[in-house]
Each structure stands twice: as structure tokens, then as C-alpha cells.
Design a protein around this ligand. Structure first.
Ligand SMILES: Cc1cc2nc3c(=O)[nH]c(=O)nc-3n(C[C@H](O)[C@H](O)[C@H](O)COP(=O)(O)OP(=O)(O)OC[C@H]3O[C@@H](n4cnc5c(N)ncnc54)[C@H](O)[C@@H]3O)c2cc1C
Length: 502
């Protein structure tokens, strides 16, 4: 058992969604000598949504030794350089903005000018602080170019993916089983605990008893082991993240393949649009306190121009929040079983990857004991809370007033102290970036991401007629920036060309 500090002989993962198979692959490639077994229920199935990623998915594939060409074609996957947020603001000139992933070109050239012009705009100067002018990825997105540069291009760029979640699950299952992970189909009906409250075995509906030294709960929103069996507390985020349901509807793919997710604000939530090789994934994430499922479906159909279509929509509930403990005794929760921040920034897979990677490191460092359990739980909670603040800010800072939903979000006073601080710094700090760093508010999202959102919404004081800004320098700098970005952009292929893996 884990308290005797010996390497476990067997680890059982319950749940075969993306989280379960990611865990299986990472564990099998790290601890080859441990018997890894995954139990999943065909009857219950997987949630089958979650088709956009952050760059963490690339880190995951790097860590199990897989290249894009080996998995992307099998999962109808495409590249992603960021997210366009459309209609979150009604301020003239700020109807949409793009939130890019990180690139080395930002730090070298474009970010200093972005920050300088934000500061000038806050002082009322008539300069353009809209983020879309400043980033190479925004340019790539407008041009539908993939984020992989020619070899001679000296700057690196982070990128994510869009993918079919069911195909990705199948691919990861095949890859893990080829590495020796054993796969059992069956539904866990009962869980036996030891006198010390550790999990001893799970009992399946066909009567099989499966014992192990350590268990990983990947049972999705059910959280069968961690919440239901080990009674770990769940902290809801409902007071700041109102959305608790989604309706999903695919559409045909267009002839031009975007490299971005689009998140369009609707009356009581927002709709995603995710390009895959063979279709667009679409969904409306909304709050049932403001709109019911039928109204949400019909608004999504209208938004997609599908009011007359017979394509069936899928309706889903979402449990938004996190566990207080993700590792407890001989059990780790990963994926939806540990918590979920609504999918606006597509962070769930990143959190799963971080959870497993961090657990592997600390479990091993503690000689397979629970020595680092508390430190681990603190760290994962702070990751969840940091991401939550950034997602909540999209709602708190929204610049719409057309429905109670948007008005209630804007007037919500239950936001965290950290988010309050960010908003205060945005308004009053003479050096937003320096102060964000000094107050340690950049652990989950860099100052650049916060600035993109707030500048992208047009959260600025009114412009003043001010003649003291040196406009000739401003115009020259903006022209040089445009030229730099355009020349950098020539190093990137069109998306469909890049996806034609030889
Ligand atoms: C509307 C929506 C949109 C999303 N969009 C994104 C996104 O863009 N990007 C992103 O990163 N994430 C997104 N997510 C989250 C993403 O879907 C999940 O993080 C991901 O699919 C992993 O899910 P999972 O493996 O934790 O759970 P699931 O896919 O639900 O898998 C649970 C597994 O547990 C098994 N199971 C359950 N109970 C038992 C039992 N008793 N016995 C045996 N097996 C059992 C099930 O059969 C299944 O195999 C989204 C989620 C929602 C709801």
C-alpha cells in the first residue's frame, strides 16, 4: 500500500474518456514496470465533446513521443492559433478581438508597442490599442495560415489543436494498449475500502473484482471514486460562472479552413465554432437560470442558419467547479471528475495534463508515498482558480447590456480578490505589466492575455482631443509593425497545405 512507501505494482484507472486515456499513456510511458489497467463502461460512454485545446495538448503528445503527423490525420485534427471573441463588446471598433497563443515575436517586437499604445489610450490619446493589430497569430488567423514556420524562421510559436474527441479517445486507447495498458469493459458497481479508508478494489457489474495499489478516477462528472466514494468536497463556481448547460450541433465544413476557434456571445451565453477536417463543431453554452433548453437550441439553430435543418442537437448538463482535493489517500481524480471550468478558453485538457504530470513528479519524488499530497492539492487548486478568474473576467468585463444575463454578469460582485485586483490595476496602474507580475497575478495567464481581453473589449476611458502625442512616431511605429508581421507571415503555409501530411 502507498503508506508503506513502496512502488505500486498495479494502478487502475476507472474511465475511458480523454482524461482516462491521457492518464494511461502518461503513466505507461513513465512507469513501464507498473501494471496499468483501465476500466470503462460502454453503456455509460464518454461525454464526447471538448474539441479545442491549448498548447498543453502539444506538450502531452511531446511527452509520449508522438508527432503531429502520427495522430492528427486520424483524429480529423486541425491547427489552432487562438480564439476570436465576437460580440462580447458593443463598443464601436471593439466588436471582436483575437486572443493569441504565445509567440517569441511578441516579446521581441510587438508587445512593447501594444503596451505603450494601451497606456497612451488610457491617457486619452487617439491611438489604436486593439490587440488584433499587434500579433503575428492574429495575422495568421486572418490569413488561414498554419502555425508551423519554415525552418529558417528564427522565432518559435506555441500552438494548439482542434480534433474529434471520440477519434482522439480511440487513438489514445490504441496507443496505450499497444504499450501494454490492459483494457477492461465493464461498469463499476461497488467500491471496497480498507479500514484506513483507502480504495482496495472496484467491483464490476459482471462480478469481477479488480484490486490495485492506486486508483485514478476518470469517471467524468460522476466522480465515482473521489466524490461519491471518498466523499471529497466539491466547490461550485456557479456564483461567478453562471453557465450550466450546452447544446451541440455540427455543421458542414467550409472550403477555407480556419486556424481559430470562434466564441460568439449570444443572448444568454456564447456559441463555439470549431473547425475539424470534416465538419465544424458548434455548441451554445448557456445558463438554465436565464434560458431553457428549447430556447437555447432554437437560438443556436438561428445563429448557425439551421432553423429548417433536421440535424439532431445534443443537450448536455455541466457541473462547473472543482474538488477541494484532487489527490486523497490512494486515489487521484483527473478530468471532469476533478472539476470543470466552462469551456470558453478550452482549458480542461490542459488541466488534466497538468494534474497527471504533476502527480507523476510528486508521487515519485515522495518515494510513492503521500508526502506531497497537500502541496499537490494546493497547486492544482491554484491552477483551477487562476483559470477561473480569467474566464470570469470575460463575463465581468463584458460590454453588452441587452439581457439580464449580461447585465447580471457585469454587476456581479462575487468575483475573487485577485480578479478585483487585476481590474483595479487595469484602470489605475501606470505600468500594468510590471504590477501584474509584482502582484503574482500571471501564474495562469500572462499579462498579455489579460491585456488582449480588456483592450479587445475596449475597456478604456473616453478618448480626449489631445495634441501632445507624437503622431508621426506613432504612425511610423505602426507601419513598421505591420510590415514586420506581414513579412513574418510569409514563412507560414496555408492551413490546408500544412495539413496534407506526406
Ligand atoms: C460543453 C462542453 C464543451 C467542452 N469543450 C472543451 C474544449 O473545447 N476543450 C477542452 O479541453 N475540454 C472541453 N470540455 C471538457 C472535455 O469534454 C473533457 O475534459 C474531456 O472530454 C475529458 O472528459 P473525461 O474523460 O473526464 O470524462 P468522460 O468523457 O465523461 O469519460 C468518463 C468515462 O468514465 C466512464 N465511467 C463513468 N462511470 C463509470 C463506471 N461506474 N464504471 C466504469 N466506467 C465508468 C465512462 O464510460 C467514460 O469512459 C468540454 C466539456 C463540455 C461539457
Amino acid at each position: 500500500m502507498i503508506h508503506e512507501q513502496s512502488k505500486p505494482k498495479k494502478i487502475v484507472i476507472v474511465g475511458g474518456g480523454t482524461a482516462g486515456w491521457m492518464a494511461a499513456n502518461l503513466l505507461a510511458s513513465t512507469w513501464r514496470e507498473i501494471d496499468i489497467c483501465l476500466v470503462e463502461s460502454k453503456q455509460i460512454g464518454i461525454i464526447g465533446v471538448g474539441e479545442g485545446s491549448t498548447p498543453h495538448l502539444k506538450l502531452f503528445f511531446d511527452s509520449i513521443g508522438l508527432e503531429d503527423a502520427q495522430w492528427m490525420p486520424k483524429c480529423n485534427a486541425t491547427y489552432k492559433v487562438g480564439i476570436t471573441f465576437d460580440k462580447w463588446s458593443t463598443k464601436p471598433g471593439f466588436g471582436a478581438y483575437f486572443h493569441p497563443f504565445a509567440a517569441q515575436t511578441d516579446d521581441i517586437f510587438t508587445l512593447p508597442l501594444f503596451y505603450k499604445n494601451i497606456q497612451a489610450r488610457k491617457h486619452g490619446y487617439d491611438v489604436n490599442p486593439h490587440p488584433d493589430h499587434y500579433f503575428l497569430q492574429s495575422y495568421l488567423s486572418r490569413q488561414n495560415r498554419a502555425p508551423l514556420a519554415a525552418e529558417s524562421f528564427p522565432f518559435g510559436m506555441a500552438y494548439g489543436y482542434h480534433f474529434d474527441s471520440a477519434l482522439l479517445g480511440n487513438f489514445l486507447a490504441d496507443y496505450a494498449t499497444a504499450k501494454g495498458v490492459s483494457r477492461i469493459f465493464g461498469e463499476v458497481e461497488d467500491v471496497l475500502l480498507s479500514q484506513q479508508g483507502c480504495i482496495e478494489k472496484v467491483i464490476l457489474n459482471d462480478g469481477q473484482h479488480i484490486a490495485a495499489d492506486f486508483f485514478i478516477d476518470c469517471t467524468g462528472f460522476d466522480s465515482l471514486l473521489m466524490q461519491k466514494t471518498l466523499k471529497q468536497q466539491f466547490k461550485s463556481f456557479k456564483d461567478t460562472l453562471f453557465n450550466d448547460a450546452a447544446v451541440v450541433l455540427p455543421t458542414s465544413i467550409a472550403s477555407v479552413l480556419p486556424v481559430e476557434t470562434k466564441a460568439t456571445a449570444l443572448s444568454n451565453g456564447w456559441a463555439w465554432n470549431i473547425p475539424l477536417l470534416n465538419r465544424f463543431g458548434n455548441g451554445y453554452v448557456y445558463s438554465r437560470d436565464y434560458i431553457d433548453a428549447n430556447q437555447a437550441e432554437s437560438e443556436l439553430r438561428q445563429h448557425l442558419d439551421m432553423s429548417d435543418s433536421n440535424t439532431e442537437a445534443r443537450h448536455l448538463s455541466m457541473k462547473v467547479g472543482r474538488l477541494e482535493k484532487h489527490w486523497h489517500k490512494n486515489c487521484l481524480a483527473v478530468g471532469l471528475s476533478q472539476g470543470f471550468i466552462e469551456p470558453l478558453e478550452a482549458t480542461a485538457i490542459a488541466l488534466s495534463f497538468n494534474t497527471i504530470a504533476q502527480f507523476i513528479q510528486l508521487y515519485q519524488r515522495g518515494n510513492f508515498s503521500n508526502q506531497f499530497e497537500d502541496a499537490f492539492n494546493l497547486e492544482i487548486n491554484s491552477k483551477f482558480d487562476g483559470i477561473k478568474d480569467y474566464v470570469v473576467c470575460h463575463y465581468k468585463a463584458n460590454q453588452r447590456s441587452d439581457t439580464d444575463y449580461w447585465r447580471d454578469n457585469a454587476s456581479n460582485t462575487k468575483i475573487s480578490d485577485n480578479l478585483n485586483k487585476v481590474l483595479q490595476l487595469w484602470k489605475h496602474s501606470p505600468n500594468f505589466v510590471e504590477d501584474m507580475n509584482a502582484h503574482k497575478l500571471v501564474d495562469s495567464y500572462q499579462a498579455k492575455s489579460w491585456a488582449c481581453m480588456l483592450a479587445g473589449y475596449g475597456v478604456f476611458p473616453e478618448k480626449q482631443a489631445n495634441t501632445s502625442v507624437d503622431y508621426s512616431a506613432y504612425h511610423q511605429e505602426m507601419a513598421a509593425l505591420d510590415d514586420f508581421i506581414r513579412r513574418c507571415g510569409m514563412n507560414f503555409k496555408q492551413h490546408h497545405e500544412q495539413l496534407a501530411f506526406a
